[in-house]
Design a binder for this molecule. Structure first.
Ligand code: FMN
Length: 209
């Protein structure tokens, strides 16, 4: 029988290179996936080849009109601390009374995880493609990146936090005034099982027409 117990039609060429146990494992992983807070993400970071794989998959995201209305900024190694210094500097300027501990925490914003990939939305008015759909595509890129990260055996957290909305931080990170952060996806290793959070009951959110 070509349709597996897990429901995959194994005649489809897409599945040819995946063994059924591997597919089941991936489905199980996605059914139980949890975000991992950056402080719980450890190294070693994904290799250059793995990062290439993650970016390639993330860039293969549905995108009406082939506009690629998004781009990536990779923070790895020292770049994470340099970015953290910008965030801490802007924070300290805006909060002169802040304690040293808080400033130190801001400094670590992008260096707790071994790798952070920012997804930058470039959505803009277009004669044919609604801006809303371009924004949706950037969100889908973030999720595609999270899924690929998990499929590769790493864990991830899709975060924004205050600095995603601060124009000075963004300018100093190289994000244009017309661009927006869709997410900073923090990536690393975390094999521990996190307790689940409440999920919406399908009965509350699904109707059949
Ligand atoms: C666009 C977006 C931005 C988010 N930003 C934050 C954030 O800044 N801080 C945070 O704690 N969670 C943030 N989250 C939520 C986490 O990504 C995650 O969904 C949440 O911790 C629940 O974990 P789960 O993925 O295991 O369900 C954001 C989610 C989205 C979609």
């Amino acid at each position: 029988m070509s349709v597996s117990a897990a429901g995959f039609d194994r005649r489809h060429p897409f599945y040819a290179e995946f063994s059924e146990p591997a597919m089941n494992e991936l489905i199980e992983k996605l059914k139980t996936r949890r975000s991992a807070p950056p402080a719980t993400l450890s190294g070693p970071a994904p290799t250059a080849q793995e990062i290439e794989t993650l970016l390639t998959i993330a860039a293969r995201t549905p995108d009406h009109g082939k506009l690629a209305p998004w781009r990536f900024i990779v923070f790895e190694g020292d770049a994470r601390e340099r970015a953290g210094a910008i965030i801490a500097d802007v924070y300290a300027q805006a909060n002169p009374g802040a304690g040293a501990e808080r400033k130190a925490a801001e400094q670590t914003r992008l260096s707790l995880a071994p790798l952070v990939i920012a997804v930058v939305s470039r959505a803009a008015p277009h004669p044919k493609i609604p801006e809303w759909e371009q924004v949706l595509s950037a969100g889908a890129v973030c999720m595609n990146l999270v899924v690929a990260t998990n499929a590769l055996g790493f864990a991830a957290a899709w975060l924004t936090e205050w600095y995603s909305y601060n124009q000075e931080v963004l300018a100093r990170l190289g994000v244009g005034a017309e661009e927006k952060i869709a997410g900073f996806v923090h990536i690393g290793r975390n094999d521990s099982r996190r307790e689940d959070r409440v999920r919406p009951a399908l009965a509350d959110i699904v109707t059949r027409f």
